[in-house]
Design a protein around this ligand. Sequence first.
Ligand code: GDP
Ligand code: IMO
Ligand code: MG
Length: 430
Amino acid sequence: MPVKAVVGMQWGDEGKGKIVDVLSADAELVVRAAGGSNAGHTIIRGGKKTVLHLVPSGILHEYTRCLLGAGMVIEPQRLREELDVLEQFGTPRVRQRVGVDPQAMLILPWHKSLEHVREARPDARGTTLRGIGPAYESRASRLGIPLALLAHPELLQTSLEALFLDYAPIFELGQEPVITPAALHAELMEVASWLVPMFTDVSLETARASSEGRTVLLEGAQGVMLDTLHGTYPFVTSSSTVFGGLLSGIGLGHGAVSEVVGVCKAYATRVGHGPFPTELDDDNGRHLAAFGGEYGATTGRLRRCGWLDAVALRKAVRLVGTTALALTKVDVLCDLPEVRVAVAYEDADGRPVADFPCDPYRVADLKPVYRSFAPWATPAPGEPLPDALSEYISFLEGFTRTPVSLVSWGPDRSQTLLRDASGVCRSLDA
Ligand code: GDP
Ligand code: IMO
Ligand code: MG
């Protein structure tokens, strides 16, 4: 069963875009399940950079079909911009190859206005301001506007009016300019003209491709520690980012999936607010930010940087059922005097803590206990991995009980090594 899932194992931005691009070279289908344009997935090929927010990261492969699943929240204007840019850069048959599930939810200007009002308050969460949270709230309240309504103009009108009733009291308090339901309806009718022809049953297409033995890749967004249930609530996103979230967002049973690849940076980053036990506010942290190019692919915000938290990673492996890890950005740690990994914590009273707490309010008080590793030189193509890097990888494999099957040592797809069970690496094209 050639269905593989790719999941972010930390706080997002682990390099999923690159790994999906690499793994989808022979995929017929790449499917996104959840989130929206809060995601920013970067692909670099031959020095050319593509950042995708909604369209799955298989789109640069000419014959790969890319689907946006029912669990997603979609701002049509952003989708159109992304399709236009891909076309302008010469990507072939973009609109024929992208399909959208009509059960995905629309992100409307009202959702974004509400988020702006909330994020201006002192208890802001540091979101991407893309309207993600409010759009998922609308879905949960059963007042959301699924894309399907674009094909039902009269129902769309009454549904917009009903949703607006919920938002009107909020707008009376805020300063945000507000578009009326009638004006929004007119805008959405224009959206319908190009978006409705892209509708498809993503669940059915995915299941059919899988049962016919075609190669399918499920592309996770965000990362496990941002999961709405299991992450560091309330500093999380509003969707399920674990493997189960991918399945429900697409509408697929777990039996179809043979491999779940967890993407993990060799260090850790986080954007937005929230606890981050291994965060570094020193020269090492600044080195990681500078050499790792740690600026958000969506918002341009500087990412907070720290050492790899193997305790959090072990929790992520448990939540996801990861069958293999893809370790990215190992090159960024090359020039440091030492490399550290958190292997346990101490709480505020100095008591040992072995596992990442399920009480998210305890996380801010944790002090990491580190294990130190020797730094390594940049891996060279055709050469075995540097010993110090092999040692680091073997430690992570033992700690998480998960094999590292892929090592990424630079942003380009050519800077990728496939690693077998005995630790022998070969470059992607060998
Ligand atoms: P995603 O959200 O998980 O797809 O990750 P992002 O694209 O937001 O951020 C990852 C960043 O790291 C991008 O700028 C990638 O081009 C870059 N990147 C990916 N893998 C590597 C790697 O192995 N080494 C280096 N130096 N950069 C990488
Ligand atoms: P990719 O797919 C990193 C973070 C935001 C904020 C929190 C909630 O590129 O890895 P939201 O706008 O979702 O309500 O914001 O989640 N966040 C991400 N951080 N990478 C992402 O996606 C993220 N998507 C959301 O910064 O802290
Ligand atoms: Mg990203």
